[in-house]
Design a protein around this ligand. Sequence first.
Ligand code: GDP
Ligand code: MG
Length: 178
Amino acid sequence: PLAANDPKHIRVKLVLLGDSGVGKSCIVLRFVRGQFDPTSKVTVGASFLCQTIALQNSTTVKFEIWDTAGQERYAALAPLYYRGAAVAVVVYDITSPDSFHKAQYWVKELQKHGSPDIVMALVGNKADLHENRRVSAQEAEEYAEKIGMFFIETSAKTADNINQLFEEISKRLPQRQS
Ligand code: GDP
Ligand code: MG
């Protein structure tokens, strides 16, 4: 048996879902490489990246990140990525009400077909574009609270709240060894 102060290593399958263009790939790139590339390419199918973070209690969390394509023609593939995922990050763009509605569609999909103990986060990205904001933080927060999911606004461009997003997710994981 492990002593209380032994390091723990947790491996987590995480899937990103949301409309095309909301910034999913940029969030992953910012988190994994610390970069923002404004000319980033559209994701085809899905891409896979890993990043490990250390928590204060000597736990490390290795995120195995599946970044999906938002295009309609890939929608049928989404279950392949969210099935078995411990974490789903549903992203919208704060300047796009359509993308917020699409996020709600993904949440319903996850509630129907995802793992029952999946940790869900709602992310309003492009927070740097606050002058063009069309989805209020309060509306999103109220929606997330109703569902019981974690909510945060991020900017992959400025890096605002990107690390916080993954740290907050880590805190909400069921504490399993793997
Ligand atoms: P995805 O289709 O959800 O993966 O979206 P991408 O990550 O490919 O980003 C789509 C577009 O939004 C790109 O032109 C990015 O440069 C831009 N973008 C992504 N994140 C941000 C952000 O936080 N702020 C701003 N201003 N633009 C962003
Ligand atoms: Mg992408």
